[in-house]
Structures are given as C-alpha cells and as structure tokens.
Design a protein around this ligand. Structure first.
Ligand SMILES: Cc1cc2nc3c(=O)[nH]c(=O)nc-3n(C[C@H](O)[C@H](O)[C@H](O)COP(=O)(O)O)c2cc1C
Length: 153
C-alpha cells in the first residue's frame, strides 16, 4: 500500500477543503491511502515513511503559513539528508486572497532543498474555493497516488 501524505495548515478552512479533496483523490486509487496531517502535528517520521506528498498552505503576508515553515524547520536537518526523502514526488496547493505566489515560491524553494521531485503543476486558488478548484485537488491526489502505485516516479 502506497502512503500519500497530505500536509496542510488552515486557519479559516479554505486550505483544509483543498486538503480533504486531495486526500479524497488519493483514496480513489487502488493500492494507495492518504495520511492527512495538519502541519502542527506532522512529524519527521511522516515525511520519511510516505511514498509521495501534497503540501497545502494559505498565503499569509506574502509567505507560507508559519506552521508549514515550522514543519520544515523541524524536519529539514534530518529529512534532506535521508535517502528516503530524495526525489520523493510531491505537489503543492495554495489558498490565497488575491495572490499566492509568495507562498508557492517560498515552499518550492525549500522543497528543492529537500530534493523532492515536483510531479504535478501546483494549484493556486484565489478567493472562495469553487467546485472546479476542488476537482483539481482531487486530480492532484489521484495523479500522485497513481504514479506511486505504478512506481513511475
Ligand atoms: C493573517 C493573514 C494574512 C494574509 N495574507 C495574504 C497575502 O499576503 N496574500 C494573499 O493573497 N492573501 C492573504 N490572506 C488571505 C488568505 O490567504 C486567504 O483568506 C486564504 O484562503 C486563507 O486560507 P485558510 O482559510 O486555509 O486559512 C491573508 C489572510 C490572513 C488571515
């Protein structure tokens, strides 16, 4: 069974909706299961044990949420040197009021430091979350999960 980590932070609920949709997408793929974790509760072990991941953050003050940054701070030293993290497939989803690029680029930069492999175009949603946005999150979850099951990454 391939384990896909969906890690997110959400104060107002928007990013949580996207995370739930991504996890639902993972669940539609036979042979994969989603492990949904808020950034505050996620651990180094979650990062090491998963087969792929989706990371979701709101944009706060032109940057990723502090809880997401805290997760990276807590796991980077041991995470980026561990061969289990090298080239692990991932993508990102961002909820923002009107921009989102600051959150996206700051997370992408850190993910390059971990040597993660981006395999799906990151999703930025500005404003209210629409059904079509959630469908893209479902598709992201399905794509990462299906690729991991097929071992194509
Ligand atoms: C403290 C704070 C700072 C924010 N800063 C930005 C920002 O820099 N750029 C932006 O586009 N939206 C900004 N927003 C709007 C949020 O990104 C947006 O409401 C998002 O959907 C919140 O996600 P959440 O409901 O998962 O917390 C900010 C919201 C808050 C509460």
């Amino acid at each position: 069974m391939k384990e896909i980590l969906v890690i997110y932070h959400s104060m107002g609920g928007n990013t949580r909706k996207m995370a739930q949709a991504a996890a639902d997408g993972v669940g539609r793929i036979e042979g994969a299961c989603a492990k949904m974790r808020s950034a505050g509760e996620a651990t180094l072990e979650d990062l090491l044990s998963c087969d792929g991941m989706l990371i979701g953050s709101p944009e706060y003050f032109g940057y990723m949420a502090g809880a997401i940054k805290d997760f990276f701070d807590r796991t980077y030293e041991k995470g980026h040197t561990d061969k289990r993290v090298f080239r692990k497939p991932f993508t990102l989803f961002i909820s923002a009021g009107n921009d989102g690029t600051g959150a996206l680029t700051s997370i992408e930069r850190i993910c390059r430091g971990y040597s993660l492999k981006k395999v799906f175009e990151p999703i930025i949603v500005t404003g209210d979350i629409q059904e079509a946005d959630l469908e893209r999150c479902v598709e992201a979850g399905q794509t990462i999960a299906a690729g991991c099951v097929a071992e194509i990454y």
